[in-house]
Write a protein that binds this ligand. Structure first.
Ligand code: T46
Length: 139
């Protein structure tokens, strides 16, 4: 049986927090352990209504780092073989998703601001929006 690629394509990333008596500061820079790609796009998701599930797609090539910089949400990850749920509830921790992983974002707190750093510009052709098509791609 073919193995999935959950551990190669997803990982939690802990960021360095530079703190002093004034508060905290975290830096995300291109091509570092925290962001192992050149950032070409930044977007953020906020004001998500109660009960909403976003995402529900995979990407062919895109690499993204998701960080809940305020509030919390859950990210459901599925490599076509294995599923896992990760909680994002800190601006000092993110999840890296590299390539074809079906992902859904859910359980948003009302104050959640989900920041996403992406390795490429928006391209609808990179989306796999049909789950059966996704399974064909990864199997
Ligand atoms: C992803 C998850 C984590 C743009 O025009 N440009 C953009 O860069 C993005 C991200 C979206 N859009 C448009 C496309 C749709 O008309 O914004 C609308 C909402 O996008 P979508 O329904 O794809 O949003 P989510 O939250 O389901 O997914 C987004 C990203 O699209 C996706 O790449 O991995 O966040």
């Amino acid at each position: 049986m073919k193995q999935g690629q959950m551990s190669q394509r997803t990982r939690m990333v802990d960021f360095l927090v530079k703190g002093d008596e004034r508060g905290a500061l975290t830096v995300l820079e291109n091509a570092t352990d925290s962001v192992p790609f050149a950032i070409k796009r930044v977007y953020y998701i906020w004001g998500t209504q109660p009960g909403v599930v976003r995402g529900k797609h995979g990407h062919y090539k895109l690499c993204q780092l998701l960080v809940s910089v305020c509030g919390s949400c859950d990210i459901a990850l599925d490599d076509g073989f294995e599923k896992k749920l990760v909680r994002l509830d800190s601006p000092s921790r993110g999840v890296l998703i590299d390539g074809p992983i079906w992902h859904e974002m859910l359980n948003f707190s009302p104050d959640c601001v989900l920041l996403v750093l992406a390795s490429d510009v928006y391209n609808e052709a990179d989306y796999i929006r049909d789950y059966d098509r996704f399974l064909e791609e990864v199997h």
